[in-house]
Design a protein around this ligand. Structure first.
Ligand code: MF3
Ligand code: CO
Ligand code: CO
Length: 284
């Protein structure tokens, strides 16, 4: 979002006084408090909500058609067509040179798998489809796992437990809690199931831009990190590995992240709004 528009909205819709006061109190107590920029105002929230609705439609459309034998390029085609038909733009396309409109990450691919007409989805695969949609300049970001045909029990459990990690992270993302509470909740459950949690990548502020502050780690310590203030919009997007936590980047395309041990990985993502009473998922 450009500076001028932001300043206009800030002027018309300032941060509510009681929230500003509480932020000041916490700042005085040396807590990390978000900058004003990270507190979304009603106009912005409405915009992000609209982007969220289209983004959810994108993933629903993928869900309708995804099946063994299709290529990841065909998923990209579905995403582009649906997004454009609904007044949106695919944020990944051209983002820092990213060549496609969605990420499709299969099995040992952790994230940022690039759609290709040479890559088929097979029976037994697990695949993450990660879509980010821009509507009227506002961004919403979410991803889901899809299980293709007959998936092993181990893969099914990884996918379901990773969804549970996202749910636990969302439950921890309460107003005036800390970013560290989110990672704590996620890692506690993941480790109990014998999995590891990817550390190099995380969730992020989102809404007026693709990636905003703060970084949302999926491991953490209760009570540490930035305070979650009503009006913040963040993603939570745990990447959970069956084996070790280490990851490597594809040396050829410089995008795709794999598990270093080449064991499976899963991820689910939502964009959420921190409210005064809890949070709201904007990508349902
Ligand atoms: N959607 C990813 C995220 O959750 C980012 C993808 S960047 C891209 O943050 F360029 F690969 F699209
Ligand atoms: Co995403
Ligand atoms: Co994201």
């Amino acid at each position: 979002m450009d500076e001028k528009l932001w300043a206009e909205i800030d002027e018309k819709e300032p941060i509510p006084e009681h929230i500003r006061e509480r932020m000041e109190q916490l700042r005085a107590r040396r807590r990390t408090v978000p900058e004003d920029r990270l507190i979304k105002r009603p106009t912005m929230i409405e915009g992000i909500r609209k982007a969220g609705i289209v983004n959810t439609g994108v993933l629903d459309e993928v869900a309708k058609h995804i099946k063994a034998g299709m290529t990841t390029q065909q998923i990209d085609d579905i995403v582009v067509e649906y997004t454009h038909a609904h007044g949106g733009i695919c944020a990944p396309y051209g983002f820092e040179g990213y060549p496609k409109s969605v990420c499709t990450s299969i099995n040992e691919e952790v994230c940022h798998g690039i759609p290709s007409k040479l890559r088929k989805i097979h029976d037994g695969d697990i695949i993450n489809v990660d879509a980010t949609t821009i509507v009227d300049g506002y961004y919403a970001d979410a991803s889901r796992m899809f299980m293709i045909g007959n998936v092993s029990e181990q893969r099914r459990k990884l996918v379901e437990d990773t969804k549970k990690c996202l749910e636990l992270g969302i439950a921890a993302a309460q107003p005036w809690a800390h970013i560290g509470d989110i990672g704590y909740a996620i890692a506690k459950f993941a480790h109990k199931q014998g999995y590891s949690v990817v550390r190099e990548l995380g969730g992020h502020g989102v809404g007026c831009d693709f990636h905003e502050d703060p970084f949302v780690a999926h491991v953490g310590t209760k009570g540490k990190g930035m305070v979650l203030v009503p009006g913040m919009v963040i993603t939570i997007e745990p990447m959970i590995n069956l084996g070790k936590a280490g990851v490597v980047i594809d040396p050829y395309n410089d995008w795709t992240i794999y598990t270093a041990d080449r064991r499976d990985s899963a991820q689910w993502e939502h964009t959420i709004l921190i409210t005064e009473t809890g949070n709201e998922i904007l990508t349902y």
